[in-house]
Design a protein around this ligand. Structure first.
Ligand code: BGC
Length: 273
């Protein structure tokens, strides 16, 4: 991990959805290392969520961490999560809209349930959490000693917000929509000093794509798609998220930051075309 323990988010509170595994877990730790309080949202893996919370609390100069079970696609549950975070820590300053799933199928065989569940979690979940975050930012008002911004929202998108993805149409459709969700929010709330951005990860070593990187053959094929010639690690995303949530990136809003080892540089054209 390139990140050094720092205090760039001291006195702030952050909700990380899907914080019990993969990219969300790494972001929760990175944000905790910056001195923020962290609410680790999870859906099913309570044990892992508890482990992450303990780890954060065990690090020196880190904020507090609590866990909270929520299905991010359910309005009442999302409202309840924000209520709990505000009751415990006073407010919410940062939202990491990370929870996401894949339910892959050839398009002609995709069930309505596979389509709907992915849209519900990966898109509607981000809408519901962003709405509650913005409500809280506006209600709380500026705290100039804590941050230049009224609040920060980071959507975790994917390279598939621009790279079409056969066999994963539900996922790519949701990620493509996040671009407009993110940019429209940045446009709507910029004047109120709310920063809204996305991180678009490429292939990162997490459970979601273990079927690909888990075998030698799969990894070899995958690396052909990555000019930098290595798979990404969750901490590669964590350190960018911590920076993007901090005042060091204060002039950045309405942007997707691709953290993908060059996957979006059309590596298939290196020797062809
Ligand atoms: C997907 C991964 C995939 C990566 C690159 C991500 O958004 O969740 O399964 O490996 O994009 O294709």
């Amino acid at each position: 991990m390139n990140q050094k323990p720092n205090q760039r988010l001291k006195g702030q509170t952050c909700i990380v959805t899907g914080g019990s595994s993969g990219i969300g877990l790494a972001i929760a730790k990175s944000i905790g290392m910056e001195g923020a309080n962290v609410v680790i949202n999870y859906y099913s893996d309570k044990e892992s969520a508890e482990k992450v919370a303990k780890e954060i609390e065990g690090m020196s100069e880190c904020g507090s961490a609590i866990i909270h079970q929520t299905d991010v696609s359910k309005e009442k549950q999302v409202v309840g999560m924000f209520k709990k975070a505000i009751k415990k820590f006073g407010t919410v300053d940062i939202l990491i809209n990370n929870a996401g799933i894949q339910m892959d199928a050839p398009f002609h065989e995709m069930t309505l349930d596979q389509w709907q569940r992915v849209i519900d979690i990966n898109l509607t979940g981000q809408f519901l959490c962003a709405r509650e975050a913005i409500k809280e930012f506006k209600k709380r008002g500026m705290r100039p000693k804590v941050s230049n911004a009224l609040g920060k929202i980071i959507h975790i998108s994917s390279v598939h917000e621009v790279i079409p993805w056969a066999g994963h149409v539900n996922y790519a459709a949701a990620k493509g929509a996040i671009v407009m969700l993110m940019q429209s929010l940045a446009q709507e709330y910029g004047r109120e000093k709310i920063r809204v951005n996305s991180i678009a990860p490429g292939a990162i070593r997490t459970p979601i794509n273990e079927d690909v990187w888990g075998s030698k053959k799969g990894m070899k094929k995958l690396k052909k798609l990555i000019p930098y010639n290595r798979i990404g690690e969750p901490a590669d995303i964590g350190s960018v998220a911590a920076w993007l949530a901090s005042d060091e990136s204060d002039y950045i809003t309405g942007t997707s930051i691709f953290v993908d080892g060059g996957m979006t540089c059309y590596p298939g054209f290196t020797e062809n075309g």
